[in-house]
Design a protein around this ligand. Structure first.
Ligand SMILES: [Fe+2]
Length: 392
């Protein structure tokens, strides 16, 4: 049994397979914190200035601080559009598509897809938030049984709200006992909570020691830098848990990593992965400068989408804030006339960076940092040691 990583020539590798699997992507049902915007803005003087000015203006006017923990944005695609975005790319590789959408802690998008003619077999999946020892992890839970998916969602949400370690183990064990499901440790080496590299690493190793036997794969993430993904390769080797792809698409650029397989259904694919066999392909788009790809996502988030499947055509309709009275309003509702000047400056600056000359500059400045490289180009990672690691 082995997991194979194809770093180059995804098109020619694809010829050996029947199906492309898109794992891990988001729709307008995902709530995303504004931390993403903040992290990006920190590196840009103009964007940082616009945000700080907006914060000061809000405080002066309202007499209290802007609480960004209570603000969120939603990705710019509705479920059907999200599915098509992924499926179209897979078809370009000459493969039949299987798309498993994973919104944060909700299966609403997938349930709505299963109601549409032709989409009845859509995998019901989610990205489950698991608080753990001062931080949190994201697990891709794929292909829940349709007739019990709503009950499963309730149990998983209850555990997120009250994350007893015994409950986490019991749920993962039961999920793993179901045929056709996959439990994936998404972007395991990302210290998303910012608790410090070694503290995060220890938490990851503790988590795998406790629950690794019910984790079917660790994720090579298409929206994380190569430097971090190399650590995931090492984690896969050391623990014997197979590697799998997860694109983590949030904007309009389809997943930059896929799994290739000859399976005809998600359940067949899951059986292969559970046997330790996974064919991960990095697409050429993964090789673009990481900062440029994050910037493109930001541009997609802050762009109008006349064809938005939910009718949220303006970007201001897709950004929300819960006020001090607990009322949720979109930015379009809060500012029906026009958004404040610092917000306009921020949005204009992001849009201006869409010009090819800026993209070229970003790629030139940072492309080298983000170079994907590993020799030899196709690496076989034996997972025979899995049993020992999992038994530990
Ligand atoms: Fe995600």
């Amino acid at each position: 049994m082995q997991a194979n990583l194809h770093l180059h020539h995804a098109k020619s590798v694809a010829k050996r397979f029947r199906t492309g699997i898109s794992l891990h992507s988001h729709t307008c049902y995902s709530k995303e914190t504004l931390g993403f915007v903040y992290r990006y803005a920190k590196d840009s003087g103009l964007l940082n200035w616009a945000i700080r000015r907006g914060e000061r203006q809000f405080e002066a006017r309202k007499g209290r601080k802007l609480d960004f923990a209570k603000a969120w944005w939603t990705p710019p695609v509705a479920p059907r559009d999200a599915w098509e975005l992924e499926a179209s790319q897979i078809r370009e590789y000459g493969l039949d598509p299987i798309v498993s959408i994973t919104d944060h802690d909700t299966i609403t998008a997938n349930l709505s897809l299963t109601e549409m003619p032709g989409f009845e077999d859509t995998a019901i999946s989610l990205e489950w938030t698991v608080p753990y020892r001062g931080t949190f992890f994201h697990l891709g839970i794929h292909n829940l049984p349709k007739d019990r998916a709503a009950a499963w969602m309730q149990d998983l949400a209850a555990c997120t709200a009250n994350p007893l370690e015994s409950t986490i183990g019991a749920l993962l064990a039961e999920l793993a006992s179901l045929p056709g499901t996959l439990n994936i440790f998404n972007h395991p080496c990302w210290d998303e909570k910012n608790i410090g590299g070694s503290t995060h690493q220890n938490a990851v190793l503790d988590f795998i020691a406790a629950y690794g036997k019910w984790l079917h794969a660790v994720e090579l993430n298409g929206l994380r830098p190569w430097k971090e993904n190399r650590d995931v390769l090492a984690l896969s080797r050391e623990t014997g848990i197979p590697l799998i792809s997860g694109g983590d698409r949030h904007g309009m650029e389809p997943n930059t990593v896929l799994n290739f397989t000859n399976a005809k259904s998600f359940s067949e694919f899951a059986a292969e992965v559970r046997d330790g066999h996974s064919e991960v392909a990095l697409l050429p788009t993964y090789g673009h400068a990481f900062r440029l790809r994050i910037l493109r996502d930001l541009q997609d988030i802050l762009s109008d989408r006349p064809s938005h499947g939910m009718g949220w055509t303006r970007w201001e309709q897709r950004v929300f804030w819960e006020n001090h009275l607990g009322e949720v309003q979109s930015l379009a509702q809060i500012f029906p006339e026009k958004t404040p000047i610092p917000v306009q400056v921020f949005v204009s600056a992001v849009a201006a960076l869409r010009k090819p000359v800026f993209s070229g500059l970003v790629n030139h400045l940072w492309g080298q940092d983000d170079q994907v490289g590993l020799e030899p180009a196709s690496v076989a990672m034996p997972v025979a040691a899995a049993e020992a690691a999992r038994a530990a």
